[in-house]
Design a protein around this ligand. Structure first.
Ligand code: IMP
Length: 415
């Protein structure tokens, strides 16, 4: 297998970091291709928890090279903080991390615009990390790119040209913008403190990835967020600002679809969503089951700490995600969280009012967290998995792995 894409099948937080960590073991390189530090991947290795927002999950393997391709919006300070945190754990990414010269940077004014919009319009519930405003400025052909850090005078010229427009926007949103002169001074300060440290990592990532793919390296593309947060697919405007689906890996890393060999979806055994937007199988936050899932699943955002909305698995959306992405297989995560529920439900269709109709399964009480094969699961859990597997089989998609806990070993493959 040369190129594999792993993406979320729902609204993010499916446990992709864990799945990537497992598949990364057999890869030479891991690539983030979209999003920014709005993502948060929690990895638990040898009991030690690591939360990464920008650096690909493969970083924890010393043999893996990590790439941030041009589709990622990069917040330099976050990246530097992560590099330092990993370095404290003995993980050195010098000569192992490559940042695309074409990647747009998240600048302080992007965060300010995101924050002001949330404060004044506030209907999306973004992570307030400046993701949308950074992509906006990139699409407007005004972005400061990673490449500009190699020639700070070019970046300053862009600030002179384009910052006044952003300042006007900040003012229109009720904020107090800096002057262009102040923005340039901040850039100089940030350059000395942070930006210059990233320069050695900046390179032509896309050309390098093509070279590696041609020589047959095994490359893993790691998606952030999930299918239904894709800006063109999700319930607009309740979406993120990038293409989170498999096709996004091609545009986000300038890779031809012909080079993709395998597409893996990660799907939680139930559903969660952070921020606003439709969620057909949502359980009321104060309902017993809603609270059970939130507590047992530790459903709080890795990036913002916000409680995640919780609900049953939506098979209608899962099948759509399989189609939209062309998924070959699914990693079903957090099955262990369902232990202790009297009954478990799956939405199998929607009625005329677009309300989900459910199939109800008997629950189970056994702790699944040590299971290493299907046969070690209670019959009720096997029936739950079997129903999902049979439902997606006509799409030529199978469940390949079941994850039963956050640890690296708490996952097994289905034969
Ligand atoms: P933004 O990506 O910060 O602009 O936020 C847009 C929407 O995507 C909001 O509903 C966020 O909660 C959601 N979102 C962004 N990143 C993630 C993620 O990693 N997991 C889940 N939801 C996310």
């Amino acid at each position: 297998m040369a190129i594999t894409i792993i993406i979320g099948a729902q609204w993010g937080d499916e446990g992709k970091g864990k799945a990537v960590d497992v598949f990364a073991a057999q890869s030479d390189a891991v690539v983030r291709f979209q999003g920014g530090n709005n993502a948060g991947h929690t990895l638990v290795v040898n009991g030690q928890k690591t939360v990464l927002h920008l650096i690909p999950s493969g970083a924890l393997y010393p043999h893996i090279d990590c790439f941030l391709s041009r589709g990622v919006v990069i917040h330099p300070t976050t990246l530097l903080v992560e590099l330092k945190a990993l370095s404290h754990q003995g993980i050195d990414l010098n000569n192992r991390l490559f940042i695309s010269q074409r990647a747009p940077l998240i600048m302080p004014w992007h965060i300010e615009i995101d924050r002001l919009r949330e404060a004044t319009q506030g209907f999306i519930g973004t992570t307030k990390k400046g993701i949308g405003p950074a992509y906006e400025q990139f699409i407007a052909r005004q972005a400061i790119l990673a490449d500009d850090l190699r020639d700070p005078e070019r970046a300053i010229h862009k600030i002179e040209l384009f910052f006044p427009e952003r300042a006007a926007l900040i003012k229109a949103l009720g904020g107090t913008p800096s002057t262009t002169k102040e923005a340039i001074r901040h850039f100089h300060d940030d350059y000395d403190k942070t930006y210059r440290h990233l320069v050695p990592f900046i390179t032509d990532v896309e050309a390098e990835l093509r070279r590696r793919a041609q020589r047959g390296d095994s490359i893993l593309f790691e998606g952030a967020q999930g299918t239904f947060l894709d800006v063109g697919i999700g319930a607009y405007p309740f979406v993120t600002s990038s293409h989170t689906t498999a096709a996004g890996a091609c545009t986000g890393a300038n890779t031809s679809p012909r080079h993709i060999d395998r597409i893996i979806g990660v799907c939680k055994a139930y559903s969660t969503r952070v921020g606003q937007g439709p969620f057909p199988t949502e359980l009321a936050a104060d309902s017993k089951v809603g609270q059970f899932l939130q507590t047992h699943g530790h459903e709080f955002g890795a990036t913002t700490g916000r409680p995640r909305r919780c609900g049953w698995l939506d098979l209608v959306l899962l099948k759509e995600a399989i189609d939209l992405n062309g998924m070959d297989s699914i990693v079903l995560t957090k099955l262990d969280v369902l232990s202790g529920l009297k009954e478990v439900k799956i939405a199998t269709e929607y009625d005329d009012q677009q309300q989900p109709r459910y199939k109800t399964f008997p629950g189970w009480t056994q702790d699944l967290s040590r299971a290493q094969s299907l046969t070690e699961l209670p019959r009720e859990a096997r029936d739950y998995i079997d129903f999902i597997a049979r439902s997606i089989a006509p799409q030529k998609c199978k469940i390949s792995h079941i994850s039963v806990g956050p640890g690296r070993a708490q996952i097994f493959e289905l034969s």
